[in-house]
Write a protein that binds this ligand. Sequence first.
Ligand code: NDP
Length: 286
Amino acid sequence: MTGGMYLENRYAVVGNPIAQSRSPEIHLAFAAQFGDVIEYTKHLVTLDGFGAHAQAFAAAGGCGLNVTVPFKTHAFKFVDECDDAAAAAGSVNTILFQPDGGSRGCNTDGVGLLNDIKYRHGVYLTGASVLLLGAGGAAAGVVLPLLNSGVAQLMIANRSKDKALALVAKFETIFAQKGVLSALGLDEIPSKADVIINATSFSLTGGSVPLKPSVVQGAFCYDMNYGKSAEFCRWASANAAKCSVDGLGMLVEQAAEAYWLWHAKRPNTEAVMTQLKRLMAAPEHG
Ligand code: NDP
C-alpha cells in the first residue's frame, strides 16, 4: 500500500442519507485527544452501490469504514470475516480493512448501548424485564448483549410481529437459556417492564408512539434516537417514566468501540458527549 500517514489513517462513514451523521465530529474529537492525525469523511452511497464503494475505498488506501442505515446487512455480506456480535445480528457497523487485503466486520452497537446504559446512566440489567421495541437492524444488534447482561426477560415487540418472531427464533438457537425471549405484536405489549428500549424509527417515518402511557410509568426508558428524533424519550418523560434518556450516548459509545478496534486506544467519551451536545444545541443545528 502506498502513501504516508495521511493515507494510512483514512476512515469514513457510509450511508444513505448521510448528511445527518455525527460520526466525523466524534472520531475527529477522539483523534484530537490522542494527537492522532486521521481523515474521517462521510460518503453518500447509492442504494445498490455499497460493495463497489467499499472496495474502491479500500483500494484507495482506506483503513476502516463505519456503516449506517441502510447498509449494515450489505456490509455483513461484504466482509470476509466477522466478530460474534456481527455474526449473531447479521449486521456490521464497523469494517477493518486489513493489510493483507481482507476485511473484518464488527458490530459495536450492542456494546455501545450497554456501556451507555450501565456506565453513564448507572442502570444494571441483571434480573430486569426488558421490552425492546422494534425488530430491525438496530434491535438485532443489541439482542445478544442484552441477553448476555443477565436480563430475566427480553420481550421483542414489533409492528410486523413476524419479524419479532424471526429474531427470537434466531437468537434462541444461540442463547441456551430458555424462557427468556419472547416475541410480541404492538397490540400484545404487557402492562409493565423495568426497562423499555425504543429501537424503532417511528419518529423518522412519521408514526406515533406505539405504546400506552401506562406501560412507561416507573420504567427506565431508552430511546435509540437522539436530538430532534428522540420523540419517544420526550413522550416517556412526559408520561411518568422513572428516567428517560436518548441515544446520543449509544452513538458516542459505539464510535468509541470502533475507535478501539481501529486504533487500540480508548477515548474519553464524556468529553466528546459534552462537545456534541454543545454542537447540537447551536442555532444552525436547531
Ligand atoms: P430499520 O429500518 O432496520 O428498522 C426500523 C424499525 O422501526 C422496524 O422494527 C420497524 O417496524 C419499526 N418502525 C418503523 N416505523 C414504525 C412506526 N411508524 N410504528 C412502529 N414501528 C415502526 O432501522 P434500524 O433498526 O437500523 O434503526 C432504528 C432506529 O434506531 C433508527 O431511528 C436509528 O436512527 C436508531 N439507531 C440509533 C443508533 C445510535 O447509535 N443511537 C444506532 C442504530 C440505530 P416494521 O418491521 O414493522 O417495519
